[in-house]
Design a protein around this ligand. Structure first.
Ligand SMILES: [Zn+2]
Length: 678
């Protein structure tokens, strides 16, 4: 959680270098009205703070910090290093990135610098140190926010040289690198580390070599961590009691976020769902953020109060939608509710992106009223759920190396070119979400034995020691489920010889001879051999079909057609005291719902409270309270929750409640019980 936080931080990005003193004064009035107690700044103000190299102007920021302190507003202070000033790009063009097409980019965009540039790092460290000296002990300081939305890849000569060094450190010898990358294929043997190039579009060999691409992403993750640490270690030195973080943007694929967040005190992310995104998909991303933080609370750092301006249609959030999204974030583990931005820009790239204070400039707007309502409700909750964790018995494994390796494999059409790891895993998450079954998203390094059930769909890459840890988990009584496209490569992205799914085959009691990848118009069927607990006798399956042979596993279902008709498609294997399931295809959603539902029932795992209708239900537990969040998404009908005989305090109305409680259409209820957990 955020160190020293006593309340939920409600606020967001404020870019007051755009405004005169009178406007700032008016904003203080409006912030109070909306119960905004937190601002993030000065994210984009490097140009103003350091107008020429080594010449700093902090006077305006000093004044603002004092204004915030006087107004009891906490500051998430950003180092402004996401947007370098023009003089820096002009004087030292090496700070500008080279893109995948090999083009040297010009100055202008944010997050548009080379993370490996020594000059960028030198100047970023210098301004971070100036800020740390000045503000590390300022009473308004709530946390440090380093740069913003990292993730730009660079392919410049500096990155190329550093990539070679990184590979030398990783592989030791060229012989080892040649072996691991299997450069003998296509005769691409390397005779010197200097021959290694970057996987740009100018270099088709490397561009299409999954081993090179995988290592480049790992290298960029390490480079970005070093760039973050370049500033973070200075900030830490001046005051170790202040939380240090940065925010993950919607494009979370580029960097291994499990590795990134290990260097931060808390995970933070920007929640910009598409209007068409299912609420379960948003919940899934929240759960992923909590997973990055090892189950601890995280920050929802940005969301638009009404519309975002970079999607094809800037659809407004409907009345009440912002409130529902804000509670959803909090219900899944966020300790903040923040917006981008607090006052709408007069011009520029995001002038039509939503803001709490719109171009109208006053409080008489639908958006301002909704933000004020959220602010008032959160104020009433105080520290109710702060730092609260979510107890869960089901873990879903997620891994960035696996994501990348699978999608590079998909580029070669195995299993097929449309494979999307994030979306595929979301289907498994959705089954639990719809049943309100608590779950954690966990890394491949997690302690599986904390859980009763571990789902690891598409576990393509089995890193050293992983299969053994899964075996231990199952032997001790755990239930494990994996799927097609699992156990196929090691951490070097080399095929594991000796039958798929490699090191998992003994545990699963099967082996897979071939994987058939079907075009979208072709389907097959999962025909149940053991229909007990399933709602249908047969289900549709698509995309990929493993040709499976059992070696001790029980066949739960077989294929309905094609040359592998009647061969197993779903199996179950007793291993030690536990059970391992294998789903050898991409099933329709109803099958996933049935098999995961059956597994949970057998393990006695269910929603913590009974609800009716379309209610999302979560629990958070901290040292003081157990808090239950119930979100009724039905816009027409009320829903009910069965709270049992104990007395709860409903935090929005302040009522003492128990038994059956009614939640109005499209409304939220937050119940608190003292002296948790029980
Ligand atoms: Zn570079």
């Amino acid at each position: 959680m955020i160190k020293n936080a006593k309340i939920v931080y409600h606020g967001g990005d404020y870019n007051p270098d755009q405004w005169d003193e009178k406007t700032v004064e008016e904003d203080m009035r409006l912030f109070h009205k909306a119960e905004i107690n937190f601002v993030v700044l000065p994210v984009f103000s490097w140009a103003k703070l350091e107008p020429e190299e080594g010449v700093y102007d902090f006077g305006w920021l000093d004044k603002l910090m004092d204004t915030f302190e006087k107004n009891n507003i906490k500051v998430g202070m950003a180092t402004p290093t996401t947007a370098q000033p023009a003089w820096l790009s002009k004087k030292y063009p090496e700070v500008l990135p080279v893109d995948k097409q090999g083009r040297k980019r010009t100055h202008g965009m944010r997050v548009f610098f080379c993370v490996n540039s020594p000059k960028y790092r030198e100047r970023a460290a210098a301004i971070a140190e100036q800020m740390a000296k000045r503000y590390a002990k300022h009473p308004a300081l709530a946390l440090w926010h380093v740069a913003n939305e990292y993730g730009t890849f660079c392919y410049c000569p500096t990155c190329e040289a550093k990539f070679r060094t990184w590979l030398k450190e990783k592989y030791g010898t060229l012989d080892n690198l040649n072996e691991k990358w299997n450069t003998a294929f296509w005769g691409r043997t390397l005779y010197s580390f200097d021959e290694i190039m970057l996987p740009t579009e100018l270099n088709d060999d490397y561009r299409f070599n999954p081993s090179v691409n995988l290592d480049y992403r790992r290298f960029m993750t390490d480079s970005t961590i070093a760039c973050f640490e370049n500033e973070a270690q200075i900030l830490r030195k001046y005051n170790p009691d202040i939380t240090i973080q940065t925010n993950i943007s919607g494009h979370i694929e580029n960097l291994d976020q499990f590795k990134m967040v290990k260097h931060m005190d808390i995970a933070a992310w920007d929640n910009y769902p598409k209007p068409s995104d299912d609420k379960s998909f948003i919940a899934y991303k929240h759960d992923l953020m909590r997973g990055l933080n090892n189950g601890e609370s995280y920050m929802m750092q940005e969301q638009s109060p009404n519309q975002q301006n970079w999607q094809p249609y800037s659809k407004l959030k409907r009345p009440g939608e912002l409130r529902m999204l804000s509670y959803q974030a909090i219900a899944h583990g966020s300790d903040t509710c923040s917006y981008f931005q607090l006052r709408q820009s007069v011009a520029g790239q995001e002038m039509f992106h939503g803001a709490v204070i719109s171009h109208a400039g006053h409080e008489n707007t639908r958006t301002f009223r909704e933000v004020s309502r959220i602010g008032a409700e959160l104020s009433r909750m105080g520290d109710t759920f702060l730092g609260g964790k979510r107890p869960a018995k089901v873990g879903i494994v997620f891994d960035w190396d696996n994501w990348w390796a699978l999608e590079y494999a998909a580029a070669y059409c195995l299993p097929n070119k449309n494979f999307n790891y994030l979306k595929r895993i979301s289907k498994y998450h959705k089954v639990l979400f719809e049943r309100n079954i608590p779950l954690d998203i966990i890394s491949v390094d997690a302690d599986f034995c904390k859980y009763d059930v571990v789902l690891a769909p598409y576990l393509f890459m089995t890193k050293t020691g992983l299969a053994e840890r899964i075996e231990t988990f199952v032997k001790q009584g755990g239930t494990f489920l994996t799927t097609t496209m699992s156990g196929i490569v090691d951490e070097y992205n080399r095929a594991v010889f000796g039958e798929y799914p490699g090191k998992l085959k003994e545990l699963l009691g099967i082996w897979v001879e071939e994987v058939d990848a079907l075009p979208p118009e072709e389907k097959n069927k999962i025909v149940m051999d053991a229909p007990e607990g399933f709602t249908k006798e047969a289900y549709v399956c698509a995309n990929h079909c493993d040709i499976i042979h059992t070696r001790g596993a029980e066949v739960l279902a077989h294929y309905g057609k094609d040359f592998y008709v009647n061969q197993p498609v779903v199996t179950k294997h007793t291993y030690g005291d536990g059970t391992a399931y294998y789903v050898g295809t991409e099933p329709e959603d109803a099958f996933l719902a049935d098999i995961i539902g059956k597994i949970c029932t057998e393990k006695g795992i269910a929603a913590p409270y009974r609800t009716t209708g379309n209610v999302e239900l979560t629990e958070r537990v901290n040292d003081k309270y157990k808090t239950v969040f119930a979100l009724n998404y039905d816009k027409e009908n009320a829903a009910f929750i069965e709270l049992g005989t104990q007395t709860w305090k409903e935090m929005i109305t302040g009522q003492e409640v128990s038994g059956r409680y009614e939640i109005a259409p499209y409304d939220v209820a937050v119940f608190r019980k003292e002296g948790s957990p029980d």
